[in-house]
Design a protein around this ligand. Structure first.
Ligand SMILES: Cc1cc2nc3c(=O)[nH]c(=O)nc-3n(C[C@H](O)[C@H](O)[C@H](O)COP(=O)(O)O)c2cc1C
Length: 471
């Protein structure tokens, strides 16, 4: 059987992910593996038609396509995303039709599922038969148990192809949204006071996104910064070299890091404006996110209000919505705005409302409580940085230490001591008998005190009814 491995790591052969595909190759000497280093060669593939044809020929001959990619910023690397865009742009999508496909990734399991969800969705858009995904932690292959599992995964995809295993589609096709947005006249702009607003976009001339950006920019009083991603000095995608881990210094000397320092960092409100391309934003946006890896795992947007403005059918790509919501580490996502509503006045009102809320939240320092993905994500990164990554990701370690992000439960000594005695007490059957009927009361007992002593309540009520709390 012919297996075409499409390598998504910009590190080419020296990729962790490639060690896994190499193992699969060695485990299956009766089958032919052909690897194309897509991300490493993306600029060549884009410009040189002979090189492009070589990859296309390998795909054409293959029985199975193995998407093999590292997880970069909760998605595939920007260079790989660009390759997927090129498949549709160069109209070679029909070559994939009917082939079997599977995905393999390496990562620290931080949003790794988004990569597999995306690659499965893309495979299905290409009319392929997607038969499985394998998400390895970086060092899994060092253990026999995981080597056995990886081999079983390989056997499974080979047998799926041999036996013509039937499949069903997991992700419905993304509908095309064809409507023109014509913005109305803005009545009142929002007084942003001393807050700095930055709008970043990748809009095309005459597009809905361009008009939305214009409409958004007119919402704020005074000067704001607006930049197209093409004009911020990025010369290429993240190379995955991780040299920045020591001191947050990127090996690129293009304008990106200084743009970040001078424009992104000082902003209080940031609008990310992008167009949906296949099942994500553009590869230009992905490149922007990937390149911010020079900051390691430090929350990039702490204290900022963030708006995500999208051209395209966001409601039909729920995975993208979730992905973008979690990208903005440390910041507060005010809301999404899209051009999906059929009526221009509604889009105008959405833009106006989100701008107003962003300014209000910025003044109040509001941040919504994090939900499961952010809470779980923090724990994964915290443990990784403290554990495997600490010796190299020194800048992260320093930041986590100084900002109290090493919030391990076992560090709370007072609580541990009181819990020890509490558990001891609760192990006594006679006490259990007494406690069981009053469990509900016990769970809300400590809140009663909050209602009577909370200064937040007192201050608020004295503002609403000044006579109420004057004594
Ligand atoms: C720019 C960048 C972004 C990353 N983002 C993630 C991430 O979102 N989630 C994760 O689990 N690992 C992330 N990682 C870790 C890589 O997925 C991991 O090191 C992977 O094994 C690298 O594979 P490769 O050597 O094949 O490129 C990131 C690494 C880099 C360099």
């Amino acid at each position: 059987m012919e297996i075409c491995v499409l390598n998504g790591s910009p590190k080419g052969e020296k990729s962790v992910t490639m060690q896994y595909t190499k193992f699969l190759e060695l485990a299956n000497p009766d089958h032919s593996f052909h690897t194309s280093h897509i991300s490493q060669k993306i600029s060549i593939l884009e410009k040189n038609s002979t090189e492009w044809e070589k990859v296309i020929n390998t795909i054409q001959k293959a029985d199975i396509i193995l998407w093999a990619a590292p997880v970069y910023f909760q998605h595939v690397p920007a260079q790989y995303k660009r390759f997927i865009e090129l498949i549709f742009e160069k109209k070679v999508d029909t070559l994939f039709s009917g082939k079997y496909a599977a995905s393999l990734s390496t990562s620290v399991h931080f949003f790794d599922h988004k990569v597999h969800e995306y690659l499965q969705g893309i495979s299905e858009d290409l009319d392929m038969r997607f038969v499985g995904s394998f998400s390895a932690a970086m060092e899994d292959l060092l253990q026999v148990k995981n080597q056995v599992e990886l081999t079983a995964f390989g056997d499974d995809i080979l047998s799926a192809c041999e036996s013509h295993r039937p499949v069903i589609r997991a992700y419905p096709p993304v509908p095309e949204l064809i409507r023109e947005y014509n913005p109305g006249v803005i009545q009142d702009s929002v007084d942003k006071g001393d807050k700095r607003v930055l709008i970043l976009h990748d809009s095309k001339s005459g597009s809905n996104l361009e008009k939305m950006v214009k409409q958004m920019s007119s919402q704020f009083s005074g000067e704001i910064d607006i930049h197209h991603l093409d004009d911020i000095g990025i010369k290429g995608g993240c190379l995955g070299c991780a040299q920045c881990a020591f001191d947050n210094q990127c090996i690129y000397t293009d304008g990106f890091c200084s743009f970040w320092e001078n424009k992104v960092k000082p902003s209080d409100i940031i609008v990310f404006a992008g167009t949906i391309r296949d099942r994500y934003l553009s590869s230009a946006w992905k490149q922007f996110f990937d390149r911010s890896f020079f900051l390691g795992h430090i929350p990039r947007f702490s204290g900022k209000q963030l708006i995500i403005m999208v051209q395209g059918p966001l409601a039909s790509v729920p995975g993208l919505r979730e992905n973008l919501s979690c990208l903005i580490s440390g910041g507060n996502l005010v809301d999404f705005v899209t051009d999906e509503p059929g009526d221009d006045a509604c889009i105008d009102a959405l833009i106006s409302s989100v701008a107003m809320r962003a300014v209000r939240y910025a003044h109040a320092g509001y941040r919504k409580p994090p939900m499961f993905p952010q809470v779980a994500g923090h724990i994964i990164l915290r443990d990784e940085i403290w554990g495997n990554l600490r010796s190299v990701f020194r800048a992260d370690h320093k930041y986590y230490k100084s900002h109290g992000l090493y919030d391990f439960p076992h560090y709370r000594y007072k609580k541990r001591i009181s819990l020890f005695f509490f558990s001891l007490m609760m192990s006594i059957p006679s006490i259990q008998k007494k406690v069981k009927p009053v469990m509900k009361d016990h769970m809300i007992q400590s809140f009663t005190q909050v209602f009577t002593t909370s200064n937040v309540l007192k201050n608020r009520n004295s503002k609403i009814n000044p006579g109420l709390n004057t004594k």
